[in-house]
Ligand binder design. Structure first.
Ligand code: MSP
Length: 510
């Protein structure tokens, strides 16, 4: 069967402090989409990494008494390690201090110079080091003598220096046309509207170089300037495919990117600046930018500066990685913010994982072991209850591919958990434990239950890969060989199956 290519990215992280739950959320979300696409027979390239230049990192390095590169070497490793702890399936991890990236940024810069989109002038205005972003005067408020961005709440400083500018203003019309022609370029729709309104309200030219510090990629042929960290950082998505070698196998296969998964705070960079740079450089823009909401603690964005952090590594140690992944994916709904707490994490583990999916697997596998010696055979005599469950499952699986392809993970999870709930109910109603004298009917019930478990496990695999892999191994299903054609109604199990024992999947929290 021929495969489609799917290139998905996370934002590359600032190594300016320890990773927190917001980082974990962004990465796991992208990982779930990447895993689903792989399971659904796509050829996937999934990228993550670290964003190591700019004033923010230079300042963090100085604070730690380290040279910026030594500092980045150290912290980038912590983020790389996080990819393993979060069980991410990334194919590459890029650092913006790598040579391959430097080459790619310089080339993009040269293209923008050649297209006449870059000119030298002077920047006078507000800058937030924490966001590495420029703000207009009407986006600033004053509190206790200090100035802050109304957009992000971060403190800003006044900057006046010689700078190269990108002619963003001249791309307004073309960007609006681009959004019009690509109606799903920005999802969810609410974010698309935000961006379209912002662009409609007029665009200023963008300062794309700095002279007051040195930690960055130098402007080609002008050592005084370093390239603006966002122009540098966004280009990572090209660098990982070996751009500027546009004949490279990776570039040819995977560009334009299929999906950039990002937080809503960095939407402007991805949905306005990035396509403008690319259109100017005559490179096709990505197909989609999905802006997810924030993880909140109380009503605030969870962040180090606010001191309201739930440490993902501590949660993983105490509850497990599948548990954390499932909770974050379920709790934060499609593009909106999600408020997380230990209490709701524990409730979610108990209700969905331990009592629902975990219990379904446990009860069926132990029943099959104790009563059938792990061997189950299906006959032709399908009951009305069997038919009903099969139909209900078909209805619930019908839209799953579409939901995933529109990043609507929340409704996807609801449907899959509902299939698990209905299967548990079917077993309660059919009471196979009372059918020891009707082996044929009992065996049919168990077979259908195992078929349901197989489907649910494949569907939940992108979210809880560890537990579902155990179940699929016990069912002797090789995920790499099984595509998701069962979504179109096909069965997964053969008529006669021999399963392996399955140990407990999720512990209930008391
Ligand atoms: N370095 C830039 C991205 C450059 S991409 C070319 C950056 N890094 S970051 O480390 O600050 O943030 C990385 C991602 O984590 C962003 O998508 C951001 O939205 C996300 N989150 C950071 N805090 C968050 C929450 N509290 N909740 C959810 N995600 C948030 O931005």
């Amino acid at each position: 069967m021929s495969q489609n290519n799917f290139y998905i990215t996370t934002p590359i992280y600032y190594p300016s402090g320890d990773p927190h739950m917001g980082h974990a959320y962004s990465s796991i979300l992208a990982d779930v989409f990447a895993r689903f696409k792989r399971n659904d027979n796509n050829n996937v390239f999934f990228l993550t990494g670290t964003d190591e230049h700019g004033l923010k990192i230079q300042t963090a390095a100085t604070k730690n008494g380290l040279d910026p590169l030594m500092y980045c070497d150290k912290i980038s490793l912590i983020f790389k390690d996080l990819t393993t702890k979060l069980n991410l399936s990334n194919d590459d991890f890029i650092r913006t201090t790598e040579k391959r990236h430097h080459k790619s940024v310089s080339d993009l810069w040269d293209r923008l110079v050649r297209s006449g989109d870059i000119y030298l002038s002077k920047y006078k205005g507000w800058y937030s080091v924490s966001d590495e972003a420029y703000y207009n005067s009407d986006e600033i408020i004053e509190k206790n003598g200090k100035k802050f961005s109304t957009f992000s709440g971060s403190q800003v400083e006044w900057v006046e220096e010689e700078s190269f500018f990108f002619k963003l203003s001249s791309w307004q019309k073309k960007l609006l046309e681009f959004y019009d022609n690509n109606s799903k370029f920005i999802l969810p729709i609410s974010r698309r509207n935000e961006v379209v309104n912002f662009v409609k309200s007029g665009l200023n030219d963008l300062s794309v170089s700095r002279t007051s510090f040195t930690w960055g990629i130098k402007v080609p042929n002008n050592d005084k300037h370093v390239i603006y960290v966002w122009l540098d950082a966004l280009t990572n998505y090209l660098s990982a495919l070996n751009f500027p070698d546009t004949n490279d196998r990776l570039y040819k296969r995977f560009w334009p990117a299929s999906l950039h998964v990002i937080g809503k705070d960095i939407l402007r960079f991805h949905a306005v600046y990035w396509p403008a740079f690319l259109l100017a450089a005559k490179i096709k823009p990505p197909s989609r930018v999905f802006g997810h909401g924030w993880i909140l603690s109380g009503d605030e964005k969870m962040s180090k500066s606010k001191g309201n952090i739930l440490d993902p590594l501590e949660i993983i140690k105490k509850y497990g990685i599948d548990e954390l992944r499932y909770y974050l994916m379920k709790e934060v709904s499609h593009g909106s913010d999600g408020n997380i707490s230990l209490k709701s994490l524990e409730n979610c583990i108990n209700s969905d994982l331990a009592n629902n999916y975990g219990n379904l697997c446990q009860r069926i596998f132990s029943f099959v072991k104790n009563n059938c010696n792990n061997k189950v055979i299906k006959t032709k005599n399908i009951s009305a209850a069997d038919k009903k469950l099969i139909e209900q499952t078909k209805t619930l699986t019908k839209d799953l591919r579409d939901l995933m392809n529109n990043q609507n993970l929340n409704n996807y999870i609801k449907s899959v958990i509902n299939i698990s709930f209905l299967t548990n109910k079917y077993i309660n109603d059919e009471e196979p434990w009372k059918l020891k004298n009707n082996k044929e009917k009992m065996s049919n019930i168990l077979h259908l239950s195992l078929e349901q478990i197989a489907k649910i496990s494949i569907l939940l695999n992108p979210i809880i890969p560890k537990a579902t892999t155990k179940v699929l191994e016990s069912l002797k299903i090789n995920l790499k060989l099984t595509n998701m054609s069962f979504l179109d109604g096909k069965d997964l199990l053969s008529k006669e199956i021999v399963v392996k024992d399955l140990n407990i999947l999720f512990k209930k929290i008391n």
